[in-house]
Design a protein around this ligand. Structure first.
Ligand SMILES: NC(=O)c1ccc[n+]([C@@H]2O[C@H](COP(=O)([O-])OP(=O)(O)OC[C@H]3O[C@@H](n4cnc5c(N)ncnc54)[C@H](O)[C@@H]3O)[C@@H](O)[C@H]2O)c1
Length: 360
């Protein structure tokens, strides 16, 4: 039985608690939050779902939780700006870590986490749960089996709405230092899929704008990407879609076919044509699934078998690097080649202060 501790008992923690309660080989033994009420609710929910009243320790200071040698892994669900510091400290206390996206808000932090986790042989999984959707796993197999042939072009779009209340009701959302940006918060799931499915990226040319001044960060982003295999990619994202979320899209155009997936949960096939493989359309059509549970199962197996999970810290770095390159490109007004050795979202604070006219 693996013993888990949860740090951060806010909105997303409910999803973690529901998943933890479904696992027979994991026991939640501790929670941490600055707000006692949030911890109490988390404990109550877990005990209710589990139908078990066994004691769960409650820490207002997560450092104390990390000193508990009885905890095998921690779930980091505090706000994004805290992730890197908590993950590093957890690893140094010999815990495995399942961390909400993003892993970090700077490449320096991401690299340090990768180095510590490898040195101490502890697993880190970053919550990019969309990779575990059956439709996406199948698409990955189709690409790997070369059924689409050479990949020529891919585009991703995110057209969603984040209201004034969304930013006003949070102390961290919409800030470069604690949130990291629209692409880091909302866009990162699609960008993770982009690099996972299409391959490494060698250049990013992008720009961003901030149309609504109810926050520091961007609300529109556009990017042109060149992959290592010469394929081109287009990133299009916004959080100002009226009146409400339209959804997400991922389109792949290849030598032997075209596949387009969309919908609010990225689970609908919009178009599927693969030469000599008409069966793939129905094979891609996925049944309802709990991708969050699949993600946890991968993490637990990774701990037990001492192998990296599907979205390890190293894997999740690719999406971070792509987004940072796009931000860097927006600052410089020129294409940015990868690998990028350093970037922190704090570099964007000047961009907001100077308005959209910023030029290096
Ligand atoms: N994977 C996904 O699809 C997904 C979806 C939503 C949110 N997230 C991520 O989850 C994280 C949390 O988002 P949220 O919407 O739950 O935010 P939230 O503001 O609702 O919750 C954050 C919680 O962290 C707590 N906290 C703050 N400082 C703390 C500290 N020092 N010690 C312990 N707890 C502390 C807050 O009190 C709060 O309860 C973010 O990084 C976000 O990007 C991921």
């Amino acid at each position: 039985m693996l013993k888990a501790g949860l740090i951060g008992c806010g909105y997303i923690s409910e999803k973690h608690i529901r998943t933890l309660a479904k696992l027979s080989n994991v026991k939640l033994v501790a929670v941490s939050d600055l707000q006692k009420e949030a911890m109490k609710n988390a404990v109550k929910n877990y005990q209710l779902l589990k139908q078990n009243q066994s004691a769960i320790a409650q820490y207002t200071d997560y450092h104390d939780m990390l000193c508990d040698i009885g905890i095998d892994f921690v779930i980091v669900a505090a706000y994004s700006g805290m992730h890197a510091a908590i993950v590093k400290e957890a690893l140094k206390n010999h815990k495995h870590v399942l961390v909400e996206k993003p892993l970090a808000l700077s490449l320096a932090d991401a690299d340090e986490i990768i180095q510590i986790s490898e040195m101490l042989n502890k697993q880190v999984l970053v919550c990019h749960q969309l990779r575990y959707l059956p439709i996406i796993s199948k698409l990955k197999q189709v690409i790997e089996k070369k059924q689409l042939g050479n990949l020529h072009f891919a585009s991703i779009s995110m057209r969603i709405n984040r209201s004034d209340d969304y930013f006003a009701n949070s102390t961290w959302k919409g800030t470069w230092k604690k949130d990291g940006g629209m692409l880091i918060n909302q866009g990162i799931h699609l960008i993770d899929l982009f690099t996972w499915l299409m391959g490494n990226i060698k250049e990013v040319y992008g720009d961003i704008t901030r149309n609504r001044k109810n926050k520091e960060i961007e609300d529109v982003a556009a990017g042109i990407v060149t992959f290592s295999n010469q394929a081109k990619g287009l990133i299009e994202a916004n959080t100002i879609t009226k009146p409400a979320n339209l959804g997400y899209q991922l389109n792949i155009f290849a030598e032997k076919g075209t596949i387009s997936i969309g919908g609010k949960g990225l689970q609908e096939i919009i178009h599927c044509y693969v030469e000599q493989h008409p069966e793939l359309e129905s094979e891609l059509q996925s049944n309802a699934t709990d991708e969050h549970l699949l993600m946890y199962k991968d993490f637990i197996e990774a701990i037990q078998k001492n192998r990296p999970p599907l979205v390890s810290a190293k894997e999740s770095r690719k999406a971070l690097e792509t987004i940072f390159a796009l931000y860097h490109s927006a600052l410089k007004k020129q294409p940015v080649p990868l690998p990028l050795s350093a970037f922190s979202t704090e570099e964007m604070i000047t961009w907001s202060k100077k308005g959209d006219e910023y030029n290096d």
